[in-house]
Write a protein that binds this ligand. Structure first.
Ligand code: F6P
Length: 327
């Protein structure tokens, strides 16, 4: 039996659930986007699309040419599919109107077109993250409230990882599955079904230069992690890559609140809608945990489109240790 393609897998898994039939089409459309961005990422220097644009985005970050290419592709292509009543992009200040194409659509989608922007120029793994929610009836399509639903309400979430190979990892609430792009066939092929995060792991992943800005509990917990026998540090700086490693090898990823200005105001860095909600959904589906330090991420309703939040996620046992940790 040949390895199933993405479409074959989706038809097999979802054809008995007529209410999920849109997801087959949506995932198939998303996979086209993943193939396009994968090609652009892998050929960026040859295509002349590496480097900064010279502008700053809504997040206060330098926009890279590939950010623009990926964002435009997602916006244009996803609008044309007609699946989405509205869209939200990490690169755009406001909800994106899908116009007449999205009038009858049942879903909305939030996406980070290219996660890990600071790694684009140096050919290090980056990715595209997506989170799909049901459209809320009886409110304007461009109303932010569509995107202020809790993580537990996501219908489907996942990411494309553009590394040495391109993989697609997603869940529609029935476990986590991984597909790998076969560049010669141009197809995503099933490479891992029912992915489970190891229950524990010795890898800790944190931007250690920030520990001086952490709350005491977080600083001491990182010290604790470092001093465990067999401890290993790994940090790529692209959430999608750090998450993928954590999913496969176990361990813990931390981006706790920091107070970089010394004002006593501790804030998170990762975006709840575009990064943390989808990753937490996948972590939970794979048997892991994700918290902001106080609550499970899946139970936090965003207060705004671009809200940032502290996040600690990974293997169940070590995240539980974090939650119980008393410095
Ligand atoms: O939020 C964007 C992002 O690039 C994430 O993918 C990553 O986890 C984080 O920023 C890295 O931040 P820093 O450069 O502060 O370590």
């Amino acid at each position: 039996m040949l390895t199933p393609t993405l479409t074959q897998y989706l038809v097999r898994e979802l054809s008995a659930h007529p209410d999920m039939s849109d997801i087959i089409q949506i995932m198939s459309d998303l996979s086209v986007i993943g193939k396009h961005i994968s090609r652009d990422v892998h050929h960026a220097s040859l295509l002349g699309i590496r480097g900064a644009v010279g502008a700053v985005n809504v997040q206060g970050e330098d926009v890279q040419k590939l950010d623009v290419v990926a964002n435009e592709l997602c916006k244009t292509y996803l609008t044309e599919t007609g699946h989405f009543a509205a869209m939200a992009s990490e690169e755009e200040e406001h909800v994106i109107d899908t116009g007449s194409m999205g009038e009858k659509a049942r879903y909305v989608i939030a996406f980070d077109p290219l996660d890990g922007s600071s790694n684009i120029d140096v050919n290090i793994t980056i990715g595209t993250i997506f989170s799909i929610l049901r459209r809320i009836k009886d409110i304007e399509r461009t109303d932010e409230r569509h995107f202020l639903q809790k993580g537990s309400q996501q219908v489907c979430a996942g990411y494309f990882l553009y590394g040495a190979g391109t993989v697609l990892v997603f869940s529609f609430g029935n476990g986590v599955v991984e597909f790998t792009l076969d560049q010669t066939l141009g197809e995503f092929l099933l490479t891992h079904e029912r992915m489970m995060m190891p229950e524990d792991g010795m890898i800790y992943s944190v931007n250690e230069s920030n520990t001086k800005f952490f709350l005491e509990k977080d600083r001491k917990f990182v010290e604790y992690l470092k001093n465990r026998a067999g401890a290993q540090a790994r940090y790529v700086g692209s959430l999608v890559a750090d998450f993928h490693r954590t999913l496969k090898k176990g361990g813990i990823f931390l981006y706790p609140a920091t107070d970089k200005k010394g004002t006593g105001d501790y804030c998170g860095r990762e975006r709840l809608n575009y990064e943390v909600k989808p990753m937490a959904f996948l972590a939970q589906q794979a048997g892991g945990l994700a918290t902001d330090g106080n609550f499970p991420i899946s139970e936090i309703a965003p207060e705004s489109l671009h809200q940032r939040i502290p996040v600690v996620l990974g293997s169940k046992k070590i995240v539980e240790e974090y939650l119980a940790f008393k410095p």
